[in-house]
Design a binder for this molecule. Structure first.
Ligand SMILES: *[C@@H]1O[C@H](CO)[C@@H](O)[C@H](O)[C@H]1NC(C)=O
Ligand SMILES: *[C@@H]1O[C@H](CO)[C@@H](O)[C@H](O)[C@H]1NC(C)=O
Ligand SMILES: *[C@@H]1O[C@H](CO)[C@@H](O)[C@H](O)[C@H]1NC(C)=O
Length: 180
């Protein structure tokens, strides 16, 4: 009985350590920006958690001393959009029009992956940076987004052919991922 109990505890500790190992880099690494990335893999849209590289550097410039700064990479242009007030906007199924950064300034969105039943809906909530790279050709039907009334976003398409360097965790970023 005692042996069984001890064995049970030993196994629980091992299991707990494994679970912590899995998420620890996200929790403790203050140099990495982790963002949800909507990717097209094998023709299907799904989510990965990207740790953008190169990581944050600490500024030594006068007036911003101590700021953490991360380069978002090469961009093409940018647009600002505001979804209508009063009702959610169902943007329907679509591919990312361009590989792009999306900066969620206010509001929230529910992103659904009908072609990937194993990918849970992704909730994004301002303030949040995310990436969408499931462009036509990488994903057959893309993803479906439903935006909360009044949500505002900045979309910043990447320069043609540019994808930010990144470390990858499969699936959405864990909720504890610090966005800094
Ligand atoms: C990370 O935290 C350490 C210890 O607090 C600090 O010295 C370092 O400057 C931080 N790095 C960044 C990029 O914020
Ligand atoms: C913005 O950049 C993307 C990617 O290079 C391009 O496809 C799009 O036409 C550009 N939009 C405008 C309004 O210039
Ligand atoms: C996922 O999103 C779809 C489309 O917006 C919605 O119909 C469905 O109820 C959502 N599922 C869950 C579990 O929230």
């Amino acid at each position: 009985m005692k042996l069984v109990t001890a064995l049970f505890f030993a196994l629980s500790i091992v299991a707990e350590a494994k679970a912590q190992d899995l998420y620890q880099p996200v929790r403790v690494d203050n140099t990495t920006l982790w963002v949800n990335s909507i990717v097209g893999k094998n023709g299907v849209s799904t989510v990965e958690c990207w740790g953008i590289q190169p990581p944050f550097v600490v500024s030594s410039q006068a007036r911003t001393v101590g700021n953490k700064i991360l380069q978002l990479g090469q961009l093409s242009n940018a647009s600002y959009s505001v979804f209508p007030d009063g009702h959610p906007t169902d943007a329907g199924l679509h591919n990312a029009p361009n590989a792009q950064w999306v900066v969620l300034l206010s509001g929230s969105g529910n992103i659904n992956f009908p072609d990937s039943p194993s990918t849970p809906n992704l909730t994004v909530k301002a303030p949040e940076l995310l990436i969408a790279v499931d462009t036509p050709g990488t994903s057959r039907i893309g993803h479906r987004s439903v935006w909360e009334a009044g949500t505002s976003v900045i979309q910043m398409p990447l320069a043609p052919g540019f994808v930010p360097g990144h470390k990858t965790i499969n699936g959405a970023c864990p909720p504890v991922a610090p966005n800094h």
